[in-house]
Design a binder for this molecule. Structure first.
Ligand code: SF4
Length: 229
């Protein structure tokens, strides 16, 4: 079956599903070949809570770029324990790439993200056929047309169980499950990545306005989709 046929079949079979139901279906479609990618950022607890409800042993890939907030590293440990996640894999840049990326965020954010995020994830995703992420349409910035099931240019399936969820559903999921919040949310951060490239946002700004603020960049490059979409 071609990559395009496989994507078509998956959308036909599961395109109406969201949240935990979609996660459970993908776990059945890709036994042992499904992984989750999480930044342990502002809203990550919602997707990870659904993962814990479906299967605590699903691999969760956490990209530690070397430029994360200390609060994110602490929250990763706190949330992992709170949810009982059993297979969080912390993935870091290759030491030589990290040396090359030293303060590169000052001069070339695309190259910095490539060395600190894209290449480590490319290595970490070997052996998996589908990756789950927490992207949502309401975050805007090019995510308005996000599909719950997509594929990248190499045929890797991308699953976004929260794509159609809104802010009210995210807030309700936090409240119902009493999920811990990332400590920087209280300081106005609504989307949290590396410290040099994240700032708090005002309530009337788009959620991701604080990422690479002042530049045209809106994505780090790990969520690219394409050829078969
Ligand atoms: S978000 Fe900023 S610091 Fe982090 S990898 Fe990208 S450019 Fe570098």
């Amino acid at each position: 079956m071609s990559d395009q046929d496989r994507l078509f079949r998956l959308r036909q079979a599961h395109g109406e599903l969201d949240g935990a139901a979609l996660l459970a279906a993908m776990r059945t479609e890709f036994p042992g070949r499904l992984a989750v990618v999480s930044s342990f950022g502002a809203e990550a607890a919602v997707l990870l809570a659904l993962v814990a409800e479906v299967d605590r042993t699903l691999p969760v890939i956490f990209l530690d770029t070397g430029e994360l907030f200390d609060e994110t590293l602490a929250y990763q440990a706190e949330l992992t324990a709170f949810l009982g996640l059993g297979a969080v894999r912390t993935v870091r840049p290759d030491p030589e790439d990290r040396r090359r990326a030293e303060e590169l965020w000052r001069t070339d954010v695309d190259a910095c993200c490539h060395l600190r995020k894209v290449l480590p994830l490319q290595r970490a995703q070997v052996g998996f056929e589908a990756l789950v992420d927490g992207r949502k349409r309401f975050h805007g910035g090019g995510r308005e047309d996000l599909q719950t099931i997509d594929a990248d240019r190499d045929g890797l399936i991308k699953i976004s169980p929260l794509a159609r969820w809104g802010q009210a559903e995210i807030d309700a999921a936090f409240a119902i499950r009493n999920l811990p919040r990332h400590p920087l949310v209280a300081e106005g951060y609504r989307s949290i990545g590396c410290w040099p490239c994240s700032r708090p946002t005002a309530p009337d700004e788009p959620v991701r306005a604080g990422r690479w603020a002042g530049s045209a960049k809106s994505e780090c490059g790990i969520h690219e989709t394409g050829k078969t979409a």
